[in-house]
Design a protein around this ligand. Structure first.
Ligand SMILES: [Zn+2]
Length: 385
């Protein structure tokens, strides 16, 4: 019996060796995991305290010890992109998407981030092909359409931008910067209007109004088209529609409205009535000033001065004061003349510095109306001030 027990010795030795291996492997795993966790926490802490440089250092350290973790690679790439080091971000994300051990979701995330890197680098063609591929994937669909929408707006590919907008709307997620199909149709109309294809331009505008009956820009462009074709009566009706579409842009209709009235030789009283209504209802200074001009030409500078004094009492602005001094010069006593001339010039100079339009989203100001703010790129946030 004892004779063959020694035969078991190698088995015992082997099982002892295995147990030791298991012990060391477990110990290594625990220590390794512990150190990885510590490194993650260190990186996260740097991120939370906005020390991006140190966070990147900590996470890059992690990459060398933790090649397997896809999420870490994605995060480090994103950090590089956020810091403006696009080449490094691209390098990390490109290396990731060719790996064969990624599951479908990881592959999608890595591709999405690489697409964003390309966008930041201005490589729109490459970004476009990535996002076009991602719209077929449920999880990335919405984000991909939003990115494609940005690309097509940048490239002024309005028809494609429209398609993305429609897709996002169908998902119940409106585009993030207020993009609308009607605005893109107006862009197409403006392009054709510039190249004298008036018939095509009209078709785009009619489509824009069918798409969004409240699209004031389409009405303003339509009125421009009608005035160009000498159809001032129709233009007048089109301009009056703007009030019910978007009262914010009423100041834009005042000058073309005045021109239409002139060309149609309508009684000035009619224009005075409408401008008076717009001023009383909405309080736009431009309506008050146009009204003052009409009153002056119909009833003389004295009546225009009365009107401007009331406007100034309601809301004193440089432009109103400037207009008033103009009327005073026309009507005022000879002794005040020299002082008034100097005052008028000073005010003219001051007024030229006042921005006419202001973006309600980012505060960008300028001298012309942008339907898409050049600064924050939001749509329909720029308003006459
Ligand atoms: Zn803006």
């Amino acid at each position: 019996m004892e004779g063959w027990l020694f035969l078991l010795l190698p088995v015992a030795a082997a099982s002892g060796w295995l147990a030791a291996q298991r012990h060391y492997a477990r110990k290594y795993l625990i220590e390794h995991t512990h150190s990885l966790r510590k490194a993650y926490c260190r990186g996260l802490n740097y991120l939370l305290s906005e020390k991006t440089d140190k966070a990147i250092e900590a996470f890059v350290d992690l990459l060398t010890n933790d090649f397997e973790t896809v999420e870490t690679h994605i995060a480090v790439g994103n950090l590089f992109r956020r810091r403006g080091e696009i080449e490094k971000a691209i390098e990390i994300h490109e290396a990731l998407i060719v790996r064969e051990d990624l599951n479908a979701q990881q592959q999608e995330s890595a591709q999405f981030e690489l697409g964003l890197d390309y966008m930041r680098a201005g490589l729109f063609d490459r970004a476009e092909s990535i996002f076009q591929n991602l719209v077929d994937h449920e999880d990335s669909r919405r984000g991909a359409f939003q990115q494609l929408l940005d690309i097509y707006q940048h490239e002024k590919e309005w028809s494609k931008a429209m398609e993305c907008t429609r897709q996002l709307q169908a998902m119940g997620k409106p585009p993030r910067r207020g993009e609308t199909v009607a605005q893109f149709l107006c862009e197409l109309a403006e392009e054709t209007l510039c190249s004298d294809c008036e018939k095509v331009s009209r078709q785009w505008l009619e489509e824009a109004l069918r798409e969004d009956p409240r699209c004031a820009r389409a009405s303003l462009l339509m009125a421009k088209l009608e005035m160009r074709e000498g159809r001032f009566d129709e233009a007048l009706q089109t301009l009056k529609r703007v009030e019910s579409q978007k009262s914010d842009v009423i100041p834009e209709i005042i000058e073309p409205l005045r021109i239409c009235h002139d060309r149609l030789e309508k009684p000035v009283g009619e224009l005075i009535g409408y401008l008076g209504y717009l001023y009383e209802t909405y309080g736009f200074e431009s309506a008050a000033l146009a009204l003052a001009e009409s009153i002056r030409s119909e009833q003389g500078a004295g009546k225009a001065i009365d009107h401007m004094m009331r406007v100034l009492e309601n809301n004193p602005t440089l432009k109103s004061l400037n207009t008033l001094t103009g009327f005073l010069l026309e009507d005022g006593a000879e002794t005040q003349r020299e002082v008034l001339i100097r005052l008028d010039r000073a005010l003219d100079r001051m007024y030229s510095y006042v921005p006419r339009y202001l973006c309600t989203h980012c505060g960008f100001s300028g001298s012309e109306l942008h339907w898409r703010c050049p600064s924050c790129r939001y749509w329909e946030t720029t308003k006459p001030s």
